[in-house]
Design a protein around this ligand. Structure first.
Ligand SMILES: [Zn+2]
Length: 325
């Protein structure tokens, strides 16, 4: 069995070809080509799938596509895609379009959801029964494995942890989604940057201020570099990040009683700075039972979206299921 995982992003598309033993045969990174519209873009992915089918004529080829935004996993439709700038398609019938081109009905799901499966299968080796995967970056996404199965909810949108609220929705900080008080507005890159700018204003002679002022573009790595050098302002930014993330994870734990939380994405690289504050929030919860054995792990694999899609394609096909229902 061959699994093709397609990870569609606003800038790049990553494609992974794997077998059921987890071996990667091919990985490819293409620019997200807007010049020929959505149909041309789908045809480009379809051509890749067709080439793999020709390369492995004796093998069954299964395909899964992770797409950003709001995905109808039942019908394989990408409903809302703020990160993709195609103008010629409103709701993309992604699964149908690809099936027409390749003969294979792919499973289409939210990209963070398939990345969560990648973490579960590739990193955790399916250890753990109920797992929350939190992707920390510009956006804060998530995916859920419940009872050892990928959980996508009633509409395919489960795991939108970034837009759960941890502050007043009228006065809290503005989130990229347009709402106020979202977890993402505190622990996403933009939220971190906001606290960094406040810290730079309050302490213009700090190491953090020096590093930030010397660079044209803000990068989260600068905060870690300053923290590494013992800068109190930078350490405080990470401490506050851990505090807010802890509130979000505590809320999810009280609802779901998971056994494992995995933090992934670029910002999780700073876990050593924010983890103590995060754990303190969990230790201070009144109801302690779900927190006592909760494991919090960090996993950093930049390819986990594509790998997770390929692995989920195989997992579904082994059960004779195609769409990501
Ligand atoms: Zn939001």
């Amino acid at each position: 069995m061959i699994g093709i995982g397609v990870d569609i992003g606003g800038t790049f598309v990553k494609l992974f070809v794997m077998n059921e033993h987890g071996e990667i045969f091919r990985k490819e990174k293409m620019d997200t080509d807007y010049s020929r519209g959505a149909k041309g873009f789908i045809a480009q992915i379809g051509d890749f799938i067709n080439a793999i089918q020709q390369e492995f004529p004796d093998q069954r080829v299964a395909v899964a596509v992770g797409a950003p935004g709001d995905v109808d996993n039942q019908r394989g439709i990408l409903r809302y895609n703020p990160n993709l700038k195609f103008k010629d398609v409103e709701d993309w019938p992604l699964a149908e379009m690809l099936k027409k081109h390749t003969g294979v009905m792919p499973c289409v799901a939210n990209d963070a959801t398939l990345a969560a499966w990648g973490v579960y299968e590739a990193d955790l080796k399916r250890q753990g029964t109920n797992v929350l995967v939190v992707t920390l970056g510009t956006g804060v996404g998530g995916g859920l494995i419940l009872n050892k199965e990928l959980y996508q909810g009633s509409n395919g949108t489960a795991g939108e942890i970034g837009h759960t609220k941890i502050a007043d929705i009228a006065t809290g900080p503005l989130c990229g989604c347009g709402a106020r008080g979202c977890l993402e507005s505190f622990v996403g890159t933009i939220g971190i940057k906001r606290r960094v700018m406040e810290a730079v204003f309050d302490n213009p002679s700090s190491e953090l201020a020096k590093l930030v002022n010397a660079e044209k573009d803000f990068k989260v790595e600068l905060v870690s570099r300053a923290a590494e050098r013992g800068c109190k302002s930078a350490l405080k930014v990470w401490e506050d990040t851990g505090y807010y993330l802890g509130i979000g994870i505590a809320n999810f734990t009280l609802v779901l009683d998971m056994d494992t939380v995995v933090l992934t994405g670029g910002v999780s690289g700073a876990a050593k700075f924010f983890m103590p504050a995060l754990k303190r929030v969990l230790e201070h919860q009144q109801i302690q039972t779900p927190f006592k054995r909760l494991k919090i792990l960090v996993s950093q694999n930049p390819n986990i979206g594509g790998v997770g899609a390929a692995m989920y394609a195989i997992y579904r096909a082994q059960k004779d299921q195609t769409l990501c229902k």
